[in-house]
Design a protein around this ligand. Sequence first.
Ligand SMILES: C[S@@+](CC[C@H](N)C(=O)[O-])C[C@H]1O[C@@H](n2cnc3c(N)ncnc32)[C@H](O)[C@@H]1O
Length: 226
Amino acid sequence: MDTYLALEYEHDTPLPEGFDDEFRTPHALVERFLDEYTDPGDRVFDPFAGFGTTLAVAERLGRTAYGVEYDDEMVTYARRHIPDEDDDRVRHGSVLDLDPSWVPACDCCFTSPPFMEREDDRNPFENYAGESTYADYLDDVETAFSRVQSVLAPGARVVVDVSNMKHEGRVTPLAWDVADRVSNVLHFDGEVVVTWTGGEDRDHGDGRFGYGYDHSYCLTFTKNGA
Ligand SMILES: C[S@@+](CC[C@H](N)C(=O)[O-])C[C@H]1O[C@@H](n2cnc3c(N)ncnc32)[C@H](O)[C@@H]1O
């Protein structure tokens, strides 16, 4: 795969009223990686399922989707993408507590974790209700992906969509810190730089797509043992 992608910034499913889709992953990005790394019939896992973008695209492409999501309202929404309302394929809870016996071995994981700025003290793994340091956050990232690797088949590919964060003259090298910590549990293959076309209506004043940048990274990993 190329190490640089420019994709259309759009979503193929509407959100219910009252939801903000600021952190929703554009479907074209998920589709690009699932096309590359999976075949029809494969199982795809998203431990931070959010609105279920990964699950929806996976099902549309004939894959079988599984997910975990902390926010109960988003769980309800994400479950709508699962055929026959098989609610058990989207678990409500924290990936940090994931029981590996629940998910059959998956062939691919595409996900985007919650982000944290270095100076922040709110815990993104509890949707900012609890407190955390950036160091604790990175420990949680490593724990989360050790749980993820326990539900993957040998040779499974993992794609982590993250961005560095630039704010008021300071940078949080989140993408590289996440790459570093996840490579303690999965083999790091490299990164794909992702930029966007369209989305002109998005203006955060500090980069059209948030976090101070107009690009992000898809970090790619492989579970060893293929
Ligand atoms: C960047 S968003 C993912 C967006 C998703 N890709 C989409 O398109 O909707 C991160 C998600 O992780 C969820 N989350 C936060 N802490 C979590 C945890 N401990 N376990 C599972 N999900 C968690 C948040 O509620 C949020 O929906």
